[in-house]
Design a protein around this ligand. Sequence first.
Ligand code: NAX
Ligand code: K
Length: 539
Amino acid sequence: MTELLTSAQMRAIEQTAFDLGAATGAELMERAGQGVVEAILASFPDLEHGSRRAVILCGPGNNGGDGFVVARLLKERGWTAECFLYGEADRLPPDARANFERWSVLGPTTDFNDWRFALRYGVGSNGAEAPTLVIDALFGTGLVRPLADDLDRALRELDAAFPKGTAKRVAVDAPSGLCMDSGRPLVPGAKVELPLKQDMTVSFHRLKLGHVLSEGPESCGAVRVADIGLDQAALRAARSELRETLGAAVTRAIPRAYELRKGGEDAPGVHKYDYGHALVVSGGPGHTGAARLAARGALRIGAGLVTVAAPGSAMTECASHLTAIMLARCNGASDLGAILGDERLNALCLGPGLGVGSATRDMVMTALGSRRCCVLDADALTSFAGSAPSLFAHLHSRVILTPHTGEFARLFPDIWAKLTDPATRGPAYSKVDATQEAAARAGCIVLLKGPDTVIAEPGGRTVISAASYDRAAPWLATAGAGDVLSGMITGLLARGVWPVTAAEIATWLHVEAARRFGPGLIAADLPDLLPAVFREIGV
Ligand SMILES: NC(=O)C1=CN([C@@H]2O[C@H](COP(=O)(O)OP(=O)(O)OC[C@H]3O[C@@H](n4cnc5c(N)ncnc54)[C@H](O)[C@@H]3O)[C@@H](O)[C@H]2O)[C@@H](O)CC1
Ligand SMILES: [K+]
């Protein structure tokens, strides 16, 4: 269950279930509502001992229908519940309409036009009438345009009336206004934040891309996935179109202990050269730290040998810091070419601390000309700002570019603009779209860093390594962490791991190492945390 679905993929799964008679919309809606209520009671058990008052905001589609189910189920448990409908009851889709009617026998639904009035004079005070639970069932996967001004304003008022912490806020499927394909807010004007952030979001069947990308994690609070009884494997087996649709699904990064083992049946190698020889190219004096961090990452992740190639003027500085890592003199592209005459050097890392300019560009060209597996990071990328096509012309499928957002913007300014211009319709252009487009253009693997790291192959696999929710690792935002990541990927490339898999495993381990250390982490700690992580995942 590592896929992250788009709204369209989720709809295709539902539609297939309907077509095959495996479920009805009414059944799914009932299970969705039940899933939300169960998740609320499991996550916030204290709510059952409070005043048990719920406000449920229902939208004009099936997300609103789920809201009416939640209202009914809470009421049946003895809660006081009031629904607010944004839209007209007689225009609700059939299942939502049926649930509106079932609810209407039990309790009130206030029209959106009276919403603010009701909130202010009815349930909006902090007295006995104030809700302890606010359910956002306005929009889910069907959000196609920004929230209307009046709705955005009303939600901001609600945010002020019941500040976070006074009532629990739970979103059905998605916080309303969040594009579930991109995690980007679809809100009026140039605002970048959703009007109402949640304590918890309960989605159905699988997480969607929007839950982990961009603003998703911050807007959703915690996430839970309720099982609504869709047997994806069976549906996929029964329908070839669905197989095709889901074949392109983005997956989440996972650890793969077997790729990391040394020795044993599946990796009988015993000699250091069986695990490759990584080469990290260093900058000059005073700038060697980044390459040394990368080199240590490469060694700790299990490359058989690691060499730092440094200018003659930086050899003493490097030598005074390196022990298990070897050192080679490299005063520029021609020295690098000579070093690469040793065929055993099978994975290269260029960029960390290398300096921006023509010397770096020349070394990158030499590295690419050698057709070795290669990670290009930091200055190796920035050196091609304004001349990206000259880089792209030489890239190949065993190269991994590892830009952070600034470096990405320099290499792919038009793609970056699409990702950062305010989103005006759904599905909005996502970080997945941007990374896939960049990979296709560059003709190599692109790893776009962030708490929502996306790794894409040209026209192929896309993986997200999300450091959010229970895997949040804010301490990774520290100088040099990216250098260590580059080195870790290079080390795995040296070991012969398939490039996109190397990028996936390294980003997963990088986050895991950071989580293991916690507050106070510095980049130099990261490589030395790997052995403990390896033990934990059974390497
Ligand atoms: N399809 C199904 O069988 C199931 C759907 N479920 C729920 O249904 C949701 C999807 O339902 P829908 O496809 O009806 O979509 P939504 O309920 O998310 O919203 C669609 C409606 O909102 C309108 N709309 C979109 N953006 C708007 C905006 N900015 N302002 C005003 N109106 C806007 C659309 O025109 C449409 O009428 C899921 O997120 C989930 O909560 C669940 O009940 C599980 C089963
Ligand atoms: K919602």
